[in-house]
Design a protein around this ligand. Sequence first.
Ligand SMILES: NC(=O)c1ccc[n+]([C@@H]2O[C@H](COP(=O)([O-])OP(=O)(O)OC[C@H]3O[C@@H](n4cnc5c(N)ncnc54)[C@H](O)[C@@H]3O)[C@@H](O)[C@H]2O)c1
Length: 404
Amino acid sequence: MPGLMSLRKQVMEDKPLRGAKIIGCTPITAPTAVLIETLGSLGAELRWSACNIYSTQNEVGAALAEAGFPIFAWRGESVDDFWWCIEKCFEGKNWKPNMILDDGGDATNFCQAKYPSIFKNLIGIVEESTTGIHRLYKLLKAEKLLMPAININNCVTKTKFDNRYSCRESVIVSLKKCTDLMFGAKQIVLCGYGEVGKGCCQSLKGLGCIVYVTEIDPICALQACMDGFKVVKLSEVIRQVDIVITATGNKNVVIREHMDKMKSGCIVCCMSYCHNEIDVAALRTPELKWEKVRSQVDHIRWPDGKTMILLAGGHHVNYTCSSIPSFVTSITGTTQILALMELFNAPIGRYKSDVYLLPKKMDEYVANLHLATFDAHLTELSEEQAKYMGLPKNGPFKPNHYRY
Ligand SMILES: NC(=O)c1ccc[n+]([C@@H]2O[C@H](COP(=O)([O-])OP(=O)(O)OC[C@H]3O[C@@H](n4cnc5c(N)ncnc54)[C@H](O)[C@@H]3O)[C@@H](O)[C@H]2O)c1
């Protein structure tokens, strides 16, 4: 956790989060534990929902709870348990949370619906995921967002590293851990060529898979073509593929009609935060037999003997079956802490009820903190060059609209 540790060292003395009462709702892994401890050391009071219906790793949450952190965690949890844990974070007479650190928008939406008085007094929300950002913009459009929110997902240091580079690795680890798959020559369809999809496609191609992509957006579809992938409709390849992976953040991308057409042995999994990207509910019909063959692997058998292999119950497969590298969590965690500090300490009027990006300078700072790990040596702009380019000598080096 190189960045997180150096940030902690640099600002710990000042306790920049003293007075912040934060509800955290992010899947908990060992590196998240460092984030939680860091927030505590910066003066924040915390309650954390570590229950995550996608996660099997909340023994870390349980360990933190035992060590005295107010963590709500549950093993073998259901959807109801998931909401129970979030509810627990809001309860308590003398507990008035003033910030939410969210991942997927569940705590935010819960607060808005069930605890409107807390919601209206929040200082700010920091949201980590693509799906959570969609939900924040929905609130904003409906004029129901009553406080500033910082969109961490679209920090370059988050999107490229967590969504793309981390998924590039964890998709492989997840599939390997759940199955005895040999990747070479397998036909795979990846639904969604966004950041997550791009990362997954790159590593799958590298292992010799034949990868197809589905997209709704012509720009992403064209990028997939240029990267050497065949862009298809799911219905065109569903009978021939060995693996279906979803990464759209959308609902009902893989529906029963597709699943009826899959060949026997087809593996199906989801990389998004959605509960319904794969319509698993449509598989709960009397003629289909479910068999749990091992943790996070279900075989679903059709009357003619055809079997579909569903990973992680159709939820977020890499959080369940792989782990998120601590290096990536360090980048995301550092960004989250900077965003919380920025919202908590901003002078009145700097932020309105809107969704903001973290200032570019801070994005560069996060990258800088992590460069040390690689002994990477940055070139410095000379005065003359800075003047020629019209740039401040110490950044920010790119305008906000620059696409990395
Ligand atoms: N598994 C992880 O570790 C991880 C990490 C980051 C984000 N996520 C989640 O993964 C999902 C995708 O994230 P992203 O950053 O790639 O988002 P993105 O918006 O960059 O990409 C999603 C892509 O899916 C496409 N799409 C939407 N509906 C579609 C459909 N019906 N068929 C085909 N394509 C469709 C969109 O055009 C877009 O290009 C989100 O739910 C996000 O929260 C997961």
